[in-house]
Design a protein around this ligand. Structure first.
Ligand code: NAD
Length: 484
């Protein structure tokens, strides 16, 4: 194998400005259309993982606050929102989308500061997609009889929604937009390390004139989320996060009539056949796992390459890794930004250590990481087995395991040999091979000759330990309605 050298050249810095954003020093809870202090009097800090500086203090909601938010949501549901006509609901949702679009630049910068993801992604993917979800579901609000022909469609009631830190605003949009379109009210808890854009969304919801209590945002840690799940007056739980917490939630709501969707972890396979366009496939591999520092539930974290082209693909991949720019997420040239938190970086490093201890061969490009903040270089592991810990467990970082296969059947068998079933990628020149693989892979989303492409019209969700239920598209409406 050829030795790879660093092949980047120096770009002039191109930092996005943060001068235009409006961030408060302290954020309280958004309940019943008002900003209210947490009854515990407690606050926690949210930091910028790129430099470890504090961005703001955030209210820590306890059971009492959650109860207050759920009561407000119930009152708003009974007295206002369930009586609001579908076309009026649509107008509010359109207004939220338009206001978000107008403030897109501010949202993108805040997302990057709070999450560590590169500004190019926040600006070009997270925020536009979040706006598009509101636009898309605004369109459905007064057409539900066409979404569910010959059925009587009723809202579920009060939805408790809990989101993770990897796509903070987008995950909130995936949940709030279909809930409102179908006539439900909402209590949403964003992740503790990335609460800011959900709080900015509360400002927009307020400015859009949504009736008080229709959307409530409570911030806090896992116990705040648990208080939502355990509350008797919540009709539906929409959770996106780890399989570990998903299982706790499933146990908690067992025996109740709460509806649930669980969007959980993944360990997705990206499969390169020998007839694939290899240069494009390499871009797809890079996008599949190194996009958003590998903090993507559907990341193509297990690479399977057909043996005849394996050496060539690995060589090209190493060459490409050497041209990636790692560093300040606010710089428009940066390809890989910061890991979201110290805890996440420790967890990624723990898996890298396990990989080495289990005998795998590691490759990382030469790169200088910033001194402050949390960073991990893109990492490849070869010489791994199906049973290797790093092949079986979700790492949620920029770490890719590489295996080879001889026949398509072997690739399918290996790809399906995981507790998860969220996504998969197929790279080949032949449509027939795409159809063959796509019908045999156990994954909720399958991309062909591309990876990590999202659209509000497409449903997203997994099989097995990746959870159940779908968000996005027409399917995303079903989770929020009772059909009679
Ligand atoms: P996490 O499960 O630790 O936390 C997710 C959310 O749940 C946070 O808001 C957290 O405060 C809350 N929470 C924690 N304990 C809780 C409890 N006992 N009851 C209720 N809420 C609780 O996950 P994370 O680390 O924030 O996110 C990473 C995980 O999310 C990864 O496993 C990733 O694959 C998954 N994810 C899945 C999808 C998908 O669509 N399938 C999308 C994004 C992320």
């Amino acid at each position: 194998m050829k030795k790879n050298k660093k092949i980047t050249w120096d770009y002039s810095p191109a930092p996005e400005s943060a001068a235009h954003i409006n961030l408060k020093k302290k954020y309280v809870l958004y309940i019943d259309g008002k900003w209210v202090k947490p009854s515990s009097g407690k606050y926690f800090k949210t930091i910028n993982p790129a430099n470890n500086e504090t961005l703001a203090e955030i209210a820590y909601a306890n059971e009492k606050d959650v109860d207050k938010a759920i009561k407000a949501a119930r009152k708003a549901y009974d007295t206002v929102w369930s009586k609001t006509t579908p076309s009026e609901r649509a107008k509010y949702i359109y207004r939220i989308a338009r206001l978000m679009q107008e403030r897109a630049r501010e949202f993108a910068v805040i997302e990057t500061l709070d999450a560590g993801k590169v500004i190019r992604e926040s600006r070009d993917i997270d925020i536009p997609l979040a706006c598009n979800h509101f636009f898309y579901y605004a369109g459905w609000a007064d057409k539900l009889e066409y979404a569910f022909p010959n059925r009587k469609v009723e809202p579920v009631g009060v939805a408790g929604q809990i989101t993770p830190w990897n796509f903070p605003l987008l995950m909130a949009a995936w949940k709030i937009a279909p809930a409102l379109a179908t006539g439900n009210t909402v209590v949403l808890k964003p992740a503790e390390t990335t609460p800011l854009t959900a709080l900015k969304l509360a400002e927009i919801i307020h400015d859009a004139g949504l009736p008080p209590g229709v959307v409530n945002i409570v911030t806090g840690y896992g116990d705040t989320g648990a208080a939502i799940v355990e509350h008797d007056d919540v009709d539906k739980i929409a959770f996106t996060g780890s399989t570990r917490v998903g299982k706790i939630i499933q146990k908690t709501i067992a025996g109740t009539d709460k509806k649930a969707t669980l969007e959980l972890g993944g360990k997705s396979a990206n499969i390169i056949l020998e007839d694939a366009p290899l240069d494009q496939a390499v871009e797809g591999i890079v996008n599949g796992i190194f996009f958003n520092q590998g903090h993507v539930c559907c990341a193509g974290s297990r690479l399977f390459i057909q043996e005849s082209v394996a050496e060539k693909v690995i060589d090209k991949l190493k060459h490409r890794l050497n041209s990636l720019i790692i560093g300040d997420p606010m710089d428009k040239n940066t390809d890989i930004g910061a890991v979201n938190s110290k805890m996440q970086l420790d967890s990624i490093n723990k898996y890298i250590k396990i990989g080495l201890e289990e005998g795998a061969t590691m490759y990382q490009p030469e790169c200088t990481l910033p001194k402050n903040g949390y960073y991990c270089p893109p990492t490849l592991f070869t010489d791994v087995a199906q049973s290797s810990t790093i092949v079986q467990e979700e790492i949620f970082g920029p770490v890719l395991t590489i295996q080879t296969f001889r026949t398509v059947d072997e690739a399918i068998q290996k790809a399906n040999n995981t507790p998860y079933g969220l996504a998969a990628g197929i790279w080949t020149d032949k449509g027939s091979r795409i159809f063959n693989l796509a019908t045999k892979l156990n994954a909720g989303v399958i991309w062909a000759n591309t990876y990590n492409k999202f659209d509000p019209t497409s449903p997203f969700g997994g099989f097995k330990e990746s959870g159940f239920g779908r968000e996005g598209g027409l399917h995303g409406l079903s989770a929020y309605v009772k059909l009679k």
